[in-house]
Design a protein around this ligand. Structure first.
Ligand SMILES: Nc1nc2c(ncn2[C@@H]2O[C@H](COP(=O)(O)OP(=O)(O)OP(=O)(O)O)[C@@H](O)[C@H]2O)c(=O)[nH]1
Ligand SMILES: [Mg+2]
Ligand SMILES: [Zn+2]
Length: 319
């Protein structure tokens, strides 16, 4: 292939699927390309994934006789946002330290389930710290509400509603609560993320009204999902807007958060921080701490504060 020819046909598009070293790219006119990178592929995205689902790319087109047009990716545009996970060092043969799960998203949809697996607010809080730090809009979806015959779930979600986060209760199985979700996704590029087995792919299938994605069983023994979705995929919604379905995660990585800046991403802390005796207060052990005071008087939710402490502890001291 001759990459120096300036008269080669070119196109711009969005990466919708990654499979091994090949990518599906949809061009602006709707044409689908099977694309590959080459040693001259340019990017300004550092040592993260060279190409990820959601990336905007420039293509050089190649002559083919196959059904799917072939192309090479000449340039990957800078990402305005990225959902990432750390690479498993032992299994990582490439140089990238951080794997991009979804690029250029406008909105993060955090999916949890009421049961099976059991609702985890610790994970929600990690996602919210990320979303606040990236100034990303967030929706929290509590799925599998058909399995919930108590009011405990709503009780656990109260603090999030009070903080102004959007919370939707759904049952993908019973097709309940889908209307509000559908409306909130219209016209945006949203990524669905959460533990394996909470029903991300099932919810997306319901939004389409037919089966677009493979869904899985949760293991009877462990109650944990089986990681049915193994690669991110981007889909165009019938009502406009795009969705990226992502593989289930165990823990959400907060690589850009430090012990110093974490406090700014628990938005309810901001009101009480001026009450701290020390301007550099970490809100963990200091006397006369405005945050601890607000937790004790019930003005800050104690579970949210526990999440703060857990994330604080999980961040390396050096960072
Ligand atoms: N009871 C009930 N089961 C559901 C609901 N939504 C999904 N499930 C079931 O939960 C299991 C897992 O659903 P998936 O959609 O594959 O979950 P996922 O979040 O995509 O999982 P990964 O792809 O592994 O990350 C399947 O057996 C679904 O049928 C729901 O609203 N209620
Ligand atoms: Mg899935
Ligand atoms: Zn303090």
């Amino acid at each position: 292939m001759n990459m120096k020819n300036e008269h080669e046909p070119a196109a711009s598009g969005v990466v919708t699927e990654v499979s091994g070293a090949s990518y599906i790219v949809i061009a602006e006119d709707g044409t689908e390309f099977r694309a590959r990178t080459f040693p001259g592929t340019k990017t300004d995205n550092g040592d993260t994934s060279l190409v990820a689902v959601g990336d905007r790319v420039e293509l050089k087109l190649m002559q083919t006789g196959t059904a799917l047009s072939e192309a090479v990716i000449s340039y990957v545009h800078p990402r305005k946002s990225a959902l990432t996970r750390k690479r498993d060092v032992r299994r990582n043969r490439s140089k990238e330290k951080t794997q991009v799960i979804a690029a250029n998203i406008d909105q993060l949809v955090v999916v949890v389930s009421a049961f099976d697996p059991l609702l985890s607010t610790r994970l929600i809080d990690r996602y919210l710290v990320f979303a606040e730090s990236e100034k990303l809009a967030t929706i929290i979806v509590v799925n599998k509400m058909d399995l919930d015959d108590t009011s405990e779930t709503q009780e656990m979600m109260k603090p999030y509603k009070a903080l102004g986060y959007t919370v939707f209760y759904t049952s993908a199985e019973k097709k309940r609560g889908m209307k509000h979700l559908k409306k909130a996704l219209a016209g945006k590029l949203s990524a669905f993320s959460g533990h394996s087995g909470v029903g991300k792919s099932t919810l997306i299938n319901q939004l389409f009204g037919h089966e677009r994605l493979k869904t899985g069983e949760t293991s009877e023994k462990t109650g944990k999902g089986l990681h049915t979705t193994s690669n991110s995929v981007m889909l165009l919604l019938p009502g406009g807007g795009y969705i990226i379905d992502t593989p289930g995660i165990r823990e959400f990585n907060l690589s850009d958060i430090t012990r110093d800046n974490l406090r700014f991403y628990f938005k309810e802390f901001l009101t009480y921080m001026p009450d701290c005796a020390y301007s550099s207060c970490s809100h963990t052990v200091e006397p006369k701490c405005g945050i601890i005071g607000a937790v004790e008087s019930g003005r800050i939710d104690s579970e949210r504060y526990e999440s703060y402490l857990a994330i604080y502890e999980s961040i390396d001291r050096e960072s």
